[in-house]
Design a protein around this ligand. Structure first.
Ligand SMILES: [Zn+2]
Length: 314
């Protein structure tokens, strides 16, 4: 069954990448004047969902002008090669630090196998297809591309990763935030209010840069933000305030864990993050059982703890 196609009535659509579980990762599709751009790609296995979304909007694969990557972590960029092979007119738009890894994905796959283990990495991502260099556009800070009649502006947004950009869609007053604005699963919404947590994944997380990048987004006064995990959030300003406060708490817990267990702080930090997140979720009004809550967040807690410690030890 093809996934639901969300229509935000401003040329922006979203659908489930089908990555790991229901509504873990979104792929956004911007359409203007019959021309299309995807924002992030999920994995190779997401391509059928992307083709289905196009056809439901009456668009052919040759209507796709761009595949836009917020960054090259593989839940975002793992399907880029497959999409580029399927969309003959598309150009791949990516931060200059990520471009060479899309042209030759060997090192990216090796690094991913290091984090996930070889077998799990293969199972999640399959074979990454290289993208011809001639079809790659490297972003510059403030660069603007035109899709149909709308302008898309790209800005460097370090903090989650150094190869991260955010994309400002001025016509829609929306920002595609990748992972910089944090992660919010729809299962934790309470009366329409989202529950948002920072994403501090290894190995380039930096809390000062992250704060600056989020403040840059807020200064553009968007009506909504569109994080990859999972799609539209509004209004952005109060959500950013809560997320950045939680980021400060993450940093505080990291130093506390290092002080208490200097030899191996990772298990204690995971415990502290889990307890903190659950307490925040309960205060937000989340009524999922503890087991249901951690089924959603366990992978993020693990990655967040690792990224925080790599930063703190750097
Ligand atoms: Zn992600």
């Amino acid at each position: 069954m093809p996934p639901e196609l969300f229509d935000f009535q401003n040329g922006i659509h979203a659908f489930d990448a089908g990555y790991v579980r229901h509504q873990l990762a979104a792929i956004h599709l911007i359409v203007d004047q019959g021309r299309a751009a995807f924002v992030d790609t999920g994995s190779n296995a997401s391509l059928p969902n992307a083709l289905d979304a196009l056809s439901r909007l009456g668009l052919a694969p040759d209507c796709v002008d761009y595949v836009l990557l917020t960054h090259i972590h593989l839940d975002h960029a793992g399907g880029a090669g497959a999409m580029m092979a399927a969309f003959p007119n598309a150009r791949l738009v990516v931060h200059p630090r990520g471009a060479r890894h899309m042209i030759d994905p060997t090192r990216l796959m090796a690094a991913t196998e290091e984090v996930y283990g070889r077998e799990r990495a293969r199972e999640l991502y399959g074979e990454l297809l290289p993208v011809p260099a001639a079809r790659v556009i490297e972003t510059t800070d403030g660069m603007v591309l035109t899709l149909g009649r709308r302008e898309l502006a790209f800005y460097d947004s370090p903090g989650h990763a150094k190869h991260h950009v955010f994309i400002h869609d001025r016509a829609a007053s929306g920002i595609f935030t990748g992972d910089t604005f944090g992660i919010s699963y729809r299962e934790c919404d309470v009366a329409g209010k989202p529950f948002l947590m920072p994403s501090t994944t290894p190995s380039q997380f930096d809390p000062v840069d992250l704060r600056d990048s989020v403040e840059h987004m807020i200064a553009l006064a968007p009506e909504a933000v569109y994080p990859t995990h999972f799609s539209r959030l509004a209004p952005p300003r109060p959500l950013a305030e809560v997320m950045l406060r939680r980021l400060d708490d993450f940093v505080r817990l990291t130093f506390a864990a290092r002080k208490a267990q200097p030899a191996d702080p990772l298990p204690l930090l995971k415990e502290k993050l889990a307890a903190f997140m659950l307490a925040e979720a309960r205060a937000h009004g989340v009524t999922l059982s503890d087991a249901e809550f951690f089924a959603l967040w366990d992978m993020d807690i693990d990655l967040n703890a690792q990224g925080l410690l790599i930063w703190a030890q750097g």
